[in-house]
Write a protein that binds this ligand. Sequence first.
Ligand SMILES: *[C@@H]1O[C@H](CO)[C@@H](O)[C@H](O)[C@H]1NC(C)=O
Ligand SMILES: *[C@@H]1O[C@H](CO)[C@@H](O)[C@H](O)[C@H]1NC(C)=O
Length: 307
Amino acid sequence: MAARLSVLLLRLGLAVTGPALTAAAKMKVVEEPNAFGLNNPFLPQTNRLQPKRDPSPLTGPAHLFRLSGKCFSLVESTYKYEFCPFHNVTQHEQTFRWNAYSGVLGIWHEWEITNNTFTGMWMRDGDSCRDRSRQSKVELTCGKNNRLAQVSEPSTCVYALTFETPLVCHPHSLLVYPTLPEALQWRWDEVEQDLADELITPQGYEKLLREVFEDAGYLKAPRESEPTQQEGATRGLGVETLENCNKVRSELSEEIKRLTNLLSLHGIPHERPTAETSHAEHLGQQSPTEMTAEQLQGDPGLRGNIL
Ligand SMILES: *[C@@H]1O[C@H](CO)[C@@H](O)[C@H](O)[C@H]1NC(C)=O
Ligand SMILES: *[C@@H]1O[C@H](CO)[C@@H](O)[C@H](O)[C@H]1NC(C)=O
């Protein structure tokens, strides 16, 4: 019964602590037959890990591709963590116990881009963790040797790794722009120009730039990573936008109604731009008293354009 409970806890990814673990910090992975294994019990622990999917293709700064196929490990307390760039992050419990835990903490998915610089590698779709998958963000920092320097778990089943490498020490080594094909650089140039000319908003700029990064394969479309969550979010946004649009539209027709009444009140001739406005005029029973014609003429904004 106790053994069954342990298996259950381990399947849930919960660490089982006990006196047996405390002394086991720097031991090698034990590869012995295991009668309670989840898949093939006669394979060593590491080989029984079942990745949920294949890693994404190699993308980003080409000088980092030489790290592909290599793995770097770090032993921290009772776990050995292994980072295989452009492939995966795994965790292996260091213990002689029969039910040592090993798991996939993420599979190479996409880059993290901040301020137009590659700042980290997202490894997602690791082993299940309640209703989610484990995921890891690997930050790349300059160091003398290739070395997995740090592992932490800032939130449940989200791991933060720091990988040191001399390959990112040059100040330009992680810039996004130089890695793009020419056609995408042109698109980026246009987006910059449009922002400078105020043809797009800062939000529009972020969105268009994200599309450039997605087309380059550096970022994955959100739909692919979190299908259910993202679908809901997108639908929510759509409704919100339509609502906003209707709200603005009804505010504007109220305003037109009000101003039209005001013009009539002061005997100023005006055109009726649409049938709807004239319809609205018939409906409008408000008679504004406090506004004056001067205030109306002084308004240079949207209202002026509409009338
Ligand atoms: C992790 O990546 C390494 C290196 O590419 C590979 O040998 C290993 O099979 C991968 N492990 C899993 C669980 O995918
Ligand atoms: C963004 O990058 C530019 C150029 O590399 C740098 O001057 C600027 O300080 C950075 N901004 C932030 C918020 O990191």
